[in-house]
Ligand binder design. Structure first.
Ligand code: NAD
Length: 499
């Protein structure tokens, strides 16, 4: 399917949207239900008065299947770099290996570091487990395990690298506080697992505490993510804005959207220093494609976030309040339709028409949105580089593929130590197994052998090269190394569990 086919139904709308001063917006009609919900959403936005100039691009399934494993081509990148605003319908990632996630590619390539997901309940008009819920999840969007750096290192063990950077944490945490301040929110909560990942999640938490001090009028708190998630599912009213690293945010924003009512209603904004992308959080629901049945609400509300972003908050407000009125009037698509609550079951196009008919009206029971603060957009935090810390090499972790008993491995590895450095520890999957390991500990074929400089001695990279040479001659199958540094005297590496 090509772009022309997908955007066919837009012929009239494109003309309507080409007014003087129209803001260029790159639009992808997506796959599955994408073209239907995108056309419906654009129709509402434009009827409400959105002044946008639509630049359609083709991405997703058709490109994947034509052999483009990234799902996006050079013309689409040109458009995105030109408009810097992307309104995107969901796309289908074909089954099977080899296809990279287009979402992750776009987010990371355009530096869209903040993923903003409001999760709101529409009680009593849409069934919800949590009436009154109104939580905004701000998920870090570029780092963490989503760096996608994975390796198989031994017969038994695979690895995924979790990368967390100081500029990355500073940007997302400051964004969360700026968002809270601009939108009149009272509290920002941070979720991490820093009781286990003391360096990576520890950095996120530390920076949260540092930055929170710059916003004394906003309450702040930190929860360990597991109990925080349980509390969020059980008592979401305890939270307001929650900021978290990528993986937790990915999982918990879907959970929060579903608890609020339905993932089909939830929009998201992906914000960067220069570009921004707006989309629904759900996928392309291929089984519903072409039936005029899908709910366009998530994408439509994302369109509202886009209008606020490009300086048209009044239009966003018009769309959002008309949408709330439709929800109140019980005009619902099949996914949220409930006998006894809903009044009329409609398809995608009729739902959009119902919103258009109510443009200018306000909800009576649900809280009308004001887009407060959206008209005074806040500065997106820029990455700041600091004076680098004094870095000193103090040792090395050598990872080894071996199936021998740990005592034998320790003897081999100790044979390479000298008067400068010593073998201090061997761990297996992070647990110390030498010296003084327990026979109960299950061991795989993947060992970490830690060498540290002896007191008063200096370690250097030539020693590392010599050490690896010795290991090679001895037939030790080392599979990777990690240098151990101190930064301004503070250890830049974790201890082994049990050490
Ligand atoms: P999905 O969100 O597409 O669908 C899950 C179910 O939710 C569907 O069966 C459908 O019944 C329902 N649903 C979703 N959106 C709806 C809507 N707007 N109206 C009514 N019902 C709706 O998830 P999936 O089935 O796991 O994924 C399908 C495809 O979408 C996959 O190829 C996946 O890779 C892709 N996907 C894309 C995005 C994106 O582009 N942002 C996000 C998630 C999944």
């Amino acid at each position: 399917m090509n772009t022309r086919t997908k955007s066919d139904g837009l012929a009239g709308l494109e003309n309507l949207s080409r007014k003087y001063g129209a803001v260029p917006v790159t639009v992808a009609f997506g796959d599955g239900i994408g073209p239907e919900i995108m056309k419906a959403s654009l129709k509402v936005l434009i009827q409400a008065g959105a002044n946008i100039a639509i630049e359609p691009i083709d991405i997703g399934e058709s490109l994947y299947l034509a052999g483009n494993t990234s799902g996006i081509g050079p013309e689409a990148w040109d458009s995105l770099r030109r408009t810097k605003v992307f309104y995107k319908a969901p796309i289908t990632t074909p089954q099977g290996g080899g296809y990279k996630s287009l979402n992750v590619t776009v987010r990371k390539t355009l530096g869209l570091f903040a993923n903003v997901r409001p999760c709101v309940a529409y009680h009593p008009f849409i069934a919800t487990k949590q009436p009154g819920m109104d939580v905004v999840i701000i998920r870090e969007n570029e780092e963490d395990l989503y760096a996608g750096i994975e390796h198989r290192q031994t017969d038994q063990v695979y690895q995924c690298l979790k990368l967390i950077s100081r500029p990355g944490c500073e940007k997302i945490v400051r964004y969360a506080f700026e968002y809270a301040r601009a939108r009149g929110r009272r509290k920002v909560t941070c979720f991490t697992k820093d009781n286990i990942m003391k360096l990576t999640d520890g950095l996120f938490h530390r920076i949260f505490d540092e930055i929170a001090a710059d916003y004394p009028e906003i309450e702040n708190e930190h929860w360990i993510v597991d109990i925080g998630a349980a509390k969020l599912a059980d008592t979401p009213l305890a939270f307001d804005v929650i900021v978290m690293p990528n993986l937790y945010g990915d999982v918990l924003s879907d959970v929060a959207a579903q608890i609020a009512g339905s993932v089909g209603l939830a929009p998201s904004a992906n914000i960067g220093e220069q570009c921004a992308m707006f989309e629904a959080i759900h996928g392309s629901a291929p089984r519903r494609a072409g039936q005029d049945a899908a709910n366009p609400s998530g994408l439509l509300l994302a369109g509202g976030m886009m209008l606020a972003h490009i300086g048209q908050p009044e239009i966003a407000k018009r769309v959002h309040n008309a949408w709330l009125k439709v929800i109140e009037d019980g005009i619902h698509t099949y996914d949220v339709f409930k006998d006894g609550i809903s009044k009329q079951k409609v398809g995608t196009a009729a739902f959009a028409e119902a919103v258009i008919e109510r443009l200018g009206q306000m909800p009576e029971t649900l809280r009308a949105v004001a887009y407060e603060g959206a008209s005074k957009p806040f500065a997106v935090p820029q990455a700041k580089l600091r004076t680098p810390a004094r870095k000193e090499l103090v040792g090395i972790d050598v990872f080894v593929h071996a199936t021998k008993p740990v005592e034998e491995l320790a003897r081999d590895m100790q044979a390479t130590a000298d008067e400068i450095f010593a073998l201090t520890m061997i761990t297996n999957r992070g647990v110390k197994v030498w010296p003084e390991g327990l026979p109960e500990t299950f061991c795989t074929d993947h060992w970490r052998c830690r060498y540290l400089a002896r007191p008063g001695k200096q370690f250097n990279k030539v020693m590392i090269v010599d050490l690896l040479k010795k290991l090679t001659y001895m037939g030790v199958d080392f599979i990777k190394t990690e240098h151990l540094y101190t930064f301004d005297g503070e250890a830049g590496y974790s201890l082994g569990q049990g050490q």
